[in-house]
Design a protein around this ligand. Structure first.
Ligand code: GLA
Length: 756
């Protein structure tokens, strides 16, 4: 809901249980008035105070504004001056104002949201309020991912700002979601002047907060160790995370949260922001000299610049802003339904996901029509539903040194053609999926020989390699057209029901500062065309595991391969952090072999299976050599997954151990425990998982407190047939007896039995 008080004006956006208020000072400055728990009435004169700061730029209000402001400010609890007159605070420092879209050159020395350079080379810009418009619907940034077909009617607020001197117009777009405490923001920058302007930085969102003590929470890691939760106290200066390799990255997920010092997993105030974008990003908080905080997110300005000729405009990606007064749980309670009901491609929002049998860790490059059929037969026996032919299926692809770019099936490995192999798999009653990595070439490929000018960094230097491959420049429309042709041919030549879309290196050489963003626009055009041409195909994104797992990817691909790390214990931590942002049905999670191929750890079939069970379940191991005993475990867990997958896709995912308390670091992990549960929307069922990495010496057992159950009810532990009071479960918990042995995993199915 958007309320506009026209005198002022003051814009009051109500989203779920939150409010977001923007006001205007002196008809010019756009003020960030408030973001937090929902308020019903707004008094514009209580939103901020005026005043100057020593050694800083000072502006004076014109006398009419000043008198008006001070009269109201005083009658609303502000103070008179010592001399008993109206508070003489008619002067103010922009640096002291909580601003909504600050620019460089106005005397606010904190980080600007927009940095430009005009034709004369000046970075100065003063955006003054001009107009607003209430738009029915949800217009989004051009060519960039955004929500589609929301479940309810929505209104968007547009606020126009203008710098008259340089002829620049900036429109800020706000979409408050009616039933979630989420606001979407994005901006359009329009050059209305006669000369070109360079945009060197354009935040998607910027907000100033009063200087309460707060912590910064981010999700960080590396390849094979994505999205470990980090929490640190905010200190004076800028603290930021950013990605630079052309993707949202393994190192720093595009996410930042400011949490009150006392916030925990379930309590306390948290403000979170995440971009709907898969390229280079920066999320930062700046604490200024007086302790105020500025939160900002957007495309990473380092190495970025967009040249905007007269008459042209530039759209920023959208930011998703979520507010919670119930810790990180409240943030996930907003982000998960946001992904489920607004972001995922509409067709996949209500579809259960199949059990995957993937060839990669089973066969690596050594795939052929015979061995994938054998794997499919074994997979079918343990409940597999789609056989996914991973890397190695195309002509000349013996290893990772060659053939990327030439998407022609290998006629030696598949003598009857791919269709023949696919038909045999389909005759087993399984679907067929295929792996592609279309954004890359190897030097040893027909495509590179034909079009060496299509790569990134084609400036005459020898291209820099990573995993022996080079990135194609998707900023060039001919490259996107070529990929559309080749992939459309492949996807329509065989009955493919699933595609794993991979991307296995970062960008190193980007010829121009526009390239990384132009690349993303090309990639999004490619994805949106393919997903609308092939709506029946389930696309799973991958970038060396979770290197591009973000809201931008999920707008096209309803699931993502969470990590190349398939060890159960490591996966528990990764899935734990990933769940802050994404609901379980978006996370690919497969049972792999032991000793684990990434780190050599040996865990039981049960542990590996339960770690993956409530996500996008699948297998990634050579089932032809697995023991009958382990295969029996896999079959049982596949059946369980199928029975409960609708609950996993629709239920409320809850993290049960308060890891958020810790200022943790990703290396001190050996003794970790993890626990999560999924509660059905009607609270009739809850499936609870507990994992303990290392056995505790002299273990005394522990209680695991369960959240999200129906109050005043009882639940039956289905296996033990014991009845538990829901209040007892939520206050004390389930008892986990001591047990010997590492890598323990336990689960419970709880069913509601009565209402007291
Ligand atoms: C990446 C992916 C893996 C697999 C290989 C194939 O590493 O993350 O799952 O598909 O590529 O080369």
């Amino acid at each position: 809901m958007i309320n506009i008080n026209k005198d002022g004006p003051v814009f009051h956006l109500q989203a779920g249980r939150s409010s977001y208020i923007i006001s205007i000072l002196e008809g010019r400055y756009l003020i960030h008035g408030y973001w937090g728990g929902r308020v019903e009435t707004v008094n514009p004169f209580q939103l901020f105070t005026l005043g100057t700061r020593p050694y800083s730029v000072t502006e004076s209000m014109d006398s009419e504004h000043s008198e008006n402001f001070n009269r109201h400010w005083i009658s609303n609890g502000g103070s008179l001056s010592d001399k008993g007159q109206l508070n003489p605070e008619s002067a103010f420092s922009p640096e002291r104002l909580p601003l909504e879209y600050p620019t460089a050159g106005i005397g606010d020395l904190r980080k600007a949201a927009l940095q430009i350079r005009n034709a004369a080379g000046s970075p100065s810009c003063f955006l003054e309020y001009r107009d607003y418009e209430l738009i029915e619907g949800f217009p989004g940034p051009s060519g960039l991912p955004y929500i589609s077909e929301p479940p309810e009617t929505c209104q968007t607020l547009r606020i126009g700002l203008v710098d008259q001197v340089i002829g620049l117009r900036v429109d800020l777009y706000y979409l408050p979601l009616p039933s979630l405490s989420i606001i979407l923001r994005w901006n359009r920058i329009q050059n209305n002047s006669e000369t070109a302007v360079d945009i060197n930085h354009a935040s998607s969102a910027s907000m100033d907060f009063p200087g309460d003590d707060m912590d910064m929470i981010t999700l960080n890691g590396s390849w094979g160790r994505e999205r470990n939760l980090h929490r640190r106290a905010i200190a004076p200066g800028i603290q930021s995370i950013e990605s630079r390799g052309g993707t949202s990255s393994h190192q720093h997920s595009p996410f930042i949260a400011l949490a009150s010092r006392d916030a925990t997993e379930t309590n306390g105030t948290v403000f979170a922001a995440s971009l709907i974008y898969s390229g280079n990003h920066r999320h930062l908080v700046e604490q200024d000299q007086y302790g105020s905080l500025r939160l900002q997110c957007g495309i990473n300005p380092n190495g970025f610049s967009i040249h905007l000729p007269p008459g042209e405009s530039f759209d920023t990606p959208a930011a998703v802003l979520a507010w919670s007064d119930s810790g990180l749980t409240g943030i996930s309670d907003n982000f998960h339904p946001f992904v489920r009901h607004y972001l995922l491609p509409a067709l996949w929002r209500d579809r259960d996901r199949p059990v995957i049998v993937n060839t990669w860790e089973a066969r690596y490059f050594d795939v052929n029509s015979q061995n994938i059929l054998e794997l499919a037969e074994q997979g079918k026996e343990i409940g597999g539903e789609v056989l996914v032919l991973d890397d190695g299926w195309f002509e000349n692809r013996k290893d990772d040194k060659r053939a990327l770019g030439d998407w022609v099936p290998d006629s030696v490995k598949f003598p009857g053609g791919l269709s023949d192999a696919v038909n045999k798999i389909r005759n087993l009653g399984m679907g067929f999926g295929i792996w592609v990595e279309p954004e890359m070439v190897n030097r040893d490929s027909e495509l590179f020989r034909r079009h060496p000018e299509w790569i990134l960094g084609s400036t005459g230097r020898k291209p820099v390699l990573a995993r022996n491959q080079i990135v194609l420049n998707l900023g060039k429309s001919e490259v996107v057209e070529h990929l559309l042709d080749v992939l459309s041919g492949l996807f329509s030549s065989t009955p493919i029901s699933y595609v794993k879309w991979d991307m296995n290196r970062y960008m190193a050489e980007t010829d121009e500062p526009e390239t990384p963003h132009r690349y993303m626009l090309g990639l999004y055009r490619l994805w949106s065309t393919l997903v609308s041409r092939f709506p029946h195909i389930l696309f799973e994104g991958c970038a060396g595991g979770g290197g591009r797992f973000d809201f931008g990817s999920l707008a096209y691909m309803p699931q993502f391969w969470t990590s190349d790390q398939t060890d159960a214990v490591e996966r528990q931590r990764i899935q734990f952090g990933t769940s802050v942002l994404f609901p379980p049905e978006t996370m690919g999670a497969h049972v792999s072999a032991v000793p684990n191929h990434q780190i050599g750890r040996i865990t039981s079939a049960e542990s590996r299976g339960l770690t993956a069970l409530c996500f996008n379940f699948g297998f990634e191991l050579d089932l032809t050599i697995e023991s009958e005993k382990d295969k029996a475990v896999y079959s049982r867990l596949s059946r369980l997954y199928k029975k409960y997958r609708t609950l996993f896709r629709t239920g409320r995912f809850l993290r049960l151990l308060p890891e958020l308390y810790h200022f943790n670091n990703s290396k001190s992990h050996q003794r970790d425990s993890h626990a999560w549960s999924i509660v059905s929307t009607d609270k009739n069922e809850s499936i609870v998982f507990y994992f303990q990495a290392m056995a505790n010496p002299n273990d005394d057992g522990r209680w695991l407190r369960i959240s999200g159950l129906e109050e005043h009810s009882s639940y039956m532990d289905v296996e033990k047939q014991t009845i538990h009071d829901s209040a007892f479960l939520m206050n004390r918990g389930l008892w986990i007896p001591p047990a010997a042995g590492d890598y323990r995993s336990v689960f419970w199915i709880l069913k509601k039995v009565e209402n007291k």
